[in-house]
Design a protein around this ligand. Structure first.
Ligand SMILES: Cc1cc2nc3c(=O)[nH]c(=O)nc-3n(C[C@H](O)[C@H](O)[C@H](O)COP(=O)(O)OP(=O)(O)OC[C@H]3O[C@@H](n4cnc5c(N)ncnc54)[C@H](O)[C@@H]3O)c2cc1C
Length: 348
């Protein structure tokens, strides 16, 4: 379903609008080859005997016995992390990143990047990639752009009621009038000491609390907390908010109330240094929305480097982004292939 360009492009892009048909084709391919797809049925338990996984139990009471389980439930399947922890299956906290999503008019980004008033019909919507290191007291924090979407939309991406999470996507033509990007700050183990009682789930709890706080402060629905960019840096609640691609709505708040202090401080410095790199980027016509918190998994499910099997549980293959071994579609898909190959090598 995708254009052939993706085979040769340095930064291949398919486009959100094309994905539903493409996924359906992939699903049909799997079914044709003898696979099964079960909708509306979640894995809720694992049957482990003598250090080996035997079957999974699902939310509608089915048990699926298997010669192996590739666990690829993504970075938002908190129930799976809780389940693993509760069953004393080893998981580890890992670094991730958290921040906000910034939105500019695409025309401004085109003007900055192409250095001309209009990009014309032959140039694609311009993108950018930004990174800076900021000193915050004793800390040195990386601030960087993540999942930049030229000509795109900001979309709600929470997975539970009572939390607000944003992310971005672009249609294949990248023709919306907005440009957006996650701007995030690295979160390492030392940043979550307040949550140390949660053990390996400390980062996850930290992430969850910020998402809930964002929801609460923005009104308890899918309105995203938002602030004009310069107002954020000046700690001023915006009197008005510019138009946005984010459809559910926005609430004008002080974003510093939602984010941990060092994240706000790093973002404020980061946005100003980005403004020095891209003249016009640091503008009060730009807006930030929160929170960009699902950049990668705050948990790793440890596995053997060679066999890709869980280090304690035989026949269990932690896989993809949720297990901490991928970041993005292609690396997650390749990790899936590798896990299947390793399972076949050892057990088929
Ligand atoms: C809005 C948005 C835009 C993105 N844009 C891009 C992009 O342009 N390029 C890019 O590379 N990446 C992008 N990403 C990130 C990309 O989607 C992920 O990196 C990738 O999907 C990770 O793949 P995965 O297979 O590890 O996990 P997922 O794709 O998250 O798949 C996990 C699956 O497990 C299922 N699941 C969860 N819990 C259970 C359970 N208990 N039982 C059974 N099933 C369960 C979930 O329903 C889901 O289908 C985007 C993400 C979002 C949200």
């Amino acid at each position: 379903g995708a254009k052939e360009d993706i085979l040769v492009d340095a930064h291949p892009h398919i486009g959100t609008n094309k994905l539903p048909a493409l996924i359906q084709n992939m699903r049909e391919g799997i079914i044709e080859l003898g696979g099964e797809v079960h909708f509306d049925e979640r894995v809720t338990d694992f049957d482990i005997q003598f250090g080996e996984i035997k079957s999974v139990k699902t939310s509608i009471g089915n048990h699926y016995q298997a010669d192996g389980v590739i666990l690829a439930t993504g970075h938002s399947a908190r129930d799976i992390y809780y389940l693993l922890h509760q069953k004393n299956i080893l998981i580890e906290q890992k670094d991730f990143a958290l921040g906000v999503r910034v939105e500019h008019q695409q025309q401004l980004i085109d003007k900055i990047q192409y250095k001309c008033e209009q990009r014309g019909e032959w140039l694609p919507a311009a993108s950018y990639s930004l990174v800076s290191q900021e000193n915050i007291g004793e800390l040195v924090k990386g601030v960087f752009s993540f999942c930049m979407c030229p000509g795109g939309f900001i979309v709600p991406s929470a997975t539970e009621k009572g939390e607000v999470v944003v992310n971005g996507m672009s249609p294949s033509r990248r023709d919306s009038k907005y440009s957006n990007s996650g701007i995030v700050v690295q979160v390492d183990l030392s940043d979550t000491v307040k949550y140390k009682d949660f053990g390996p789930l400390a980062g996850l709890k930290f992430q969850e609390d910020i998402e809930k706080n964002a929801c609460l402060i923005a009104g308890g629905n899918q309105n995203a907390p938002a602030q004009r960019l310069v107002d954020f840096v000046n700690n001023k609640v915006s009197d008005s908010l510019p138009e946005t691609s984010y459809q559910p709505g926005m609430a004008s708040v002080n974003m510093s109330q939602i984010l941990p202090e060092y994240i706000s401080a790093a973002l404020k410095k980061g946005f100003q240094s980005f403004g020095r790199k891209m003249n016009g980027y640091f503008s009060n016509e730009a807006i930030i929305l929160g929170v960009e918190s699902r950049t990668s998994s705050p948990v790793r499910i440890p596995r053997d480097k060679e066999t890709l099997e869980h280090i304690q549980i035989k026949r269990l293959f932690p896989c993809g982004e949720g297990a901490g071994y991928a970041g993005g579609i292609v690396s997650a898909a390749m990790d899936g292939e590798n896990c299947a190959a390793k399972w076949a090598q050892k057990y088929s």
